[in-house]
Write a protein that binds this ligand. Structure first.
Ligand SMILES: *Cc1c(COP(=O)(O)O)cnc(C)c1O
Length: 373
């Protein structure tokens, strides 16, 4: 029989997830509703598990990256609004309609394609206030008005996205304030033209944490809802207590000696300067451990640090257990999370790998069982 904890797995602390959601609810104005970003399998945590846990707190609406992710949630029984943040190919417009997904209008031309499909489609208009990724330009009000009047589209909202809301420099703060001003201008212009009853949203995690005074209808919390920040050095204005939700573990497969002068792993990239006790772990880059952690960082075993040695393999990796006390085949190792008094946070692993925690988490693989506890 399959053992969920047999090889490598993820443990989820659902109480911490709920705690983080409640921290956001306390921080945001009371008329602002959380619309969690559960894209990329809820940043690796498991989209269905996370959405269902959040539903118990009364959170009904979610953001996903693509139609498939929305369909997965619908099939799992999520009934609230599901906003697809990215592009959906016109060949899939039928599925948007069938599953009642709300599509982002990525620009004016795309809105015309949606209109011409003849399908009845729910949509939020993306507004480009300065990120220049998606959305109709904030100063092209005639086009936004035209989209609102398209007969096949049920436009229920508009939103934009902040691109430097994590920045603390004066320049970055000025840019964010300008994005906010542009978004508010669009809302005013729509009202002036007799359009009302639509919802508005602008903030992701850093927008909430650094501009919590803003009051829009929704806030699209992602990374921080999972209890972590993107970068280890990041600072935020809000006083919130966020607690990591995810622990990543694997098993020790073998323990053996590597004698002075020997080298280990692919490319023989690790050389033993003295006799060492090393072990192979049952997790690798196909599970989402970045290959750039080769000979870099450490894992935790029995509350002790065990440096990563040699190249990370597809399904396995090596660690130096010389200083880790008694270690045997079958023991658990922690790659992200706590062991004894030590903790490896996703931000730490991200820093070692030269990336942000969002990338580390969202790439955690499908072979890892997600276990809620
Ligand atoms: C991913 C995403 C979010 C969530 O961002 P976090 O920084 O993880 O909170 C919000 N809005 C949009 C448009 C996104 O793409």
């Amino acid at each position: 029989m399959m053992d969920a904890k047999g090889r490598a797995w993820i443990e989820l602390d659902i109480e911490n997830l709920k705690h983080n959601a409640q921290q956001f609810q306390l921080l945001l104005p009371k008329d602002c509703t959380l619309m969690p970003a559960v894209k990329a399998n809820a940043y690796g945590h498991g989209a269905v598990l996370v959405s269902k846990a959040l539903q118990k707190l009364g959170i009904r609406d979610f953001c996903v990256a693509c139609a498939e992710e929305g369909i997965e949630l619908r099939k799992a029984g999520i009934q609230g609004e599901i906003l697809v943040l990215g592009y959906t190919n016109p060949s899939q417009f039928g599925e948007l309609e069938e599953y009642g997904l709300t599509q982002t209008i990525v620009d004016g031309a795309y809105a015309h394609k949606m209109q011409q499909s003849g399908k009845k489609l729910k949509a939020h208009i993306g507004i480009d206030t300065g990120m220049h990724r998606l959305g109709e330009r904030w100063d092209n009000i005639p086009e936004v008005l035209k989209i609102f009047r398209m007969t096949n589209l049920e436009v229920t909202g508009i939103y934009s996205h902040l691109c430097v809301s994590d920045g603390m420099s004066q320049e970055e703060q000025m840019y964010t304030l300008e994005q906010i001003r542009r978004f508010e201008t669009v809302i005013e212009e729509l009202h002036r033209n007799g359009i009302s009853g639509f919802c508005c949203h602008l903030q992701g995690s850093y927008g909430i944490l650094n501009y919590s005074q803003l009051c829009f209808d929704y806030a699209r919390a992602g990374i921080a809802l999972y209890g972590i920040l993107s970068g280890k050095e990041d600072k935020v204005n809000a006083l919130v207590d966020l607690r990591p939700v995810l622990t990543l573990k694997a098993r020790v497969q073998t323990v053996r000696m590597l004698y002075q002068g020997e080298a280990a792993g692919y490319g023989l990239s690790y050389h033993a300067a003295k006799d060492q006790k090393i072990g192979a772990l049952s997790i690798g880059y196909a599970d989402g451990v970045p290959r750039s952690l080769s000979n870099c960082g450490y894992v935790l075993c029995n509350g002790k640090k065990a440096p990563i040695i040699g190249r990370i393999c597809m399904d396995q990796m090596l660690a130096d257990f010389t200083e880790a006390g008694e270690v045997q085949a079958g023991d658990e190792v922690v790659l992200i999370g706590k062991s004894g008094t030590h903790e490896i946070r996703a931000e730490d692993m991200a820093q070692w790998a030269g990336t942000i925690s969002n990338e580390i988490l969202s790439r955690l693989g499908s072979r890892l069982e997600r276990i809620a506890q």
